[in-house]
Design a protein around this ligand. Structure first.
Ligand code: HEM
Length: 507
């Protein structure tokens, strides 16, 4: 068992507080425990309920253990927060098919005025007019098929930059941190697609934003803890992790404010049509369909940077690690790319539909190493699930890590076998494959995610062989909410052959 010492450190004072809380809040606790307690539930502790199960990292694994022992549909309680934990495709499918609208909110009431936890958040927003307005803009300007077609050139440019950076390392025989390079690819692409410029490498801006995204990644578990413990700790006048959350939030705020001002000052530079222009226009328009503030714009950009960069970069890194550990898979992808793309140009994203094996490899990478192993919603009304009544305001937690490694749904669930996806689409529809969530609040960036990972992995296999220290890549997972590698993948690119590289036509 891996013990996260920071959480252990938290756990001890929390147990201590439990005694105080017990006398202060016992009645309130009892009142709130209505409804779900007829669902199967593992043994719990007084006051903290099942909290001790999630304090030990990684959370998705602790929850997977619980579900394999007690079943795929469980009732849990963290203090007075009722939670329904779902860990199988059939239960998740039933919930999303019958109750998608009732679970289309995340409903984290704002804690302070920050970009991270304040009232402007998009990912945590209630499924109402504000959310629908922002989502419509995201789809028309960033994620929809036409928007993706318009921004194809930007991504092709960034893929070539990525290729050049790897070639440079190959010439110098230097190793590369795949996760860092993949983060550059996705963050530069998303910035150029959404605000017409990327962060400059020269003045340290790019490094700063990448650092902030990494810090944000480290904060996700803390943000979750803040949400869980808010009720008892607020009563005791304690603000958990306030300093760290405020620091990251303010740093993003400052950076994004500078970009907003620059955008307003030079509107012709980007023809006034990118996502940032449209949001700024709506912000200044009294008659806009929905009134939005500057803070709303900054919070949305922060969430899009975070939602789109770390996820794609982690998936690219894990998938490359699996490919390096399975050389036969590398050979098969390369044969497919050579036969479809040829040997004189780099892979394009328009090749992806003709590369079914590469697509299957990416999907298998997402199945085994899904970057968001758990996703969270809120029941907004009373629902019946598998004959059990679930009360309004109960949190729904879907452990997609457990769903995608469930031996009832997958043969050899822990093995990397891309062939399982060849010619199969029903896994996604039946929610056996749930890396992007589902329903109205499912990931809007899934197509873009497939493009980033597919082209990055495709190019790395098409153009280079890979050397690592030792025989195999260490596949241990780091603790935490997001699924990242305990030992980030570091490897050295070796040009496939001199002839291949010199024939390649790069603009
Ligand atoms: C490999 C890549 C990706 C994975 C695995 C992934 C996964 C997810 C998951 C599991 C959710 C929660 C879904 C749910 O609650 O049902 C989500 C939501 C979201 N993702 Fe992604 N994502 C990826 C790429 C992206 C990209 C490239 C972007 C944007 C550039 C993005 C933006 C978002 C946003 C804004 C949400 C919140 C949607 C909402 O609240 O309605 N994601 N993603």
């Amino acid at each position: 068992m891996i013990v996260d010492f920071q959480n252990c450190f938290l756990f001890i004072p929390l147990c201590f507080f439990s005694f105080i809380c017990y006398s202060l809040f016992f009645k309130k606790l009892k009142d709130s425990q209505v409804g779900c307690d007829f669902l199967p539930s593992p043994p719990s502790l007084p006051i903290i309920g099942h909290l001790h199960h999630v304090l030990f990292s990684p959370t998705h694994k602790s929850l997977q253990k619980l579900s394999s022992k007690y079943g795929p549909l469980l009732y849990l309680r963290f203090f007075n927060f009722p939670v329904v934990l779902v860990s199988s495709a059939s239960v998740a499918y039933e919930i999303f098919k019958a109750h998608d609208l009732s679970i289309s909110s995340r409903e984290n009431p704002p804690i302070d005025d920050s970009l991270l936890l304040g009232s402007s958040v998009f990912v945590g927003a209630h499924y109402g007019d504000y959310f629908k307005f922002m989502k419509k803009l995201l789809v028309t300007k960033l994620f929809g098929p036409q928007a993706l077609e318009r921004s194809r050139g930007v991504r092709a440019d960034e893929l070539e930059r990525f290729y050049r950076s790897l070639s440079d390392k190959a010439i110098k025989k230097e190793s590369v941190e795949i996760g860092k390079e993949a983060t550059k690819l996705s963050i530069n692409s998303i910035c150029r697609m959404s605000m017409g410029r990327s962060f400059s490498e020269e003045n340290g801006e790019a490094e700063r934003i990448r650092g902030l995204v990494t810090e944000l990644d480290g904060l996700t578990k803390k943000v979750l803890l803040v949400n869980l413990f808010r009720w008892p700790l607020e009563k005791l006048g304690i603000s958990l992790f306030k300093k760290e959350i405020t620091y990251v939030s303010n740093s993003f705020d400052e950076l994004l404010e500078r970009i907003l001002v620059e955008h307003e000052e030079k509107p012709d530079k980007h023809q006034g049509t990118d996502l940032m222009d449209v949001l700024l226009k709506a912000c200044g328009d009294e008659n806009a369909e929905h009134k939005i503030s500057r803070k709303d714009i900054k919070a949305l950009f922060l969430e899009v940077f975070f939602g789109g960069t770390d996820t794609s970069a982690q998936t690219t890194q894990w998938t490359m690690a699996e490919i390096i550990n399975n050389p036969k898979i590398l050979v098969r992808i390369r044969e497919e790319i050579d036969s479809v793309v040829g040997k004189t140009r780099l892979i394009h994203e328009t090749d992806l539909p003709n590369l079914p094996y590469l697509q299957a490899v990416v999907k298998e990478g997402l199945r085994l190493h899904t970057p968001y192993p758990i996703f969270v919603r809120m029941f907004q009304e009373r629902c019946e699930i598998k004959g059990f009544q679930v009360q309004e305001n109960t949190t729904l937690v879907v452990n997609s890590y457990a769903v995608m490694r469930d031996p009832k749904s997958w043969e050899d669930p822990n093995e990397f076998k891309p062939e399982r996806f060849l010619g199969k689409e029903e896994e996604t529809r039946s929610l056996k494959f749930s890396a992007f969530g589902s329903g109205r609040r499912g990931c809007p960036g899934s197509n873009l995610g497939y493009i980033f990972v597919g082209t990055a992995v495709g190019m790395m296999v098409q153009c280079f062989d890979w050397e690592i220290k030792g025989d195999k890549v260490n596949m241990d997972e780091a603790g935490g909410i997001n699924l990242s590698m305990a030992h980030p993948l570091k490897c050295t690119p070796v040009p496939r052959t001199e002839a291949f590289i010199s024939n390649l036509q790069i603009s």
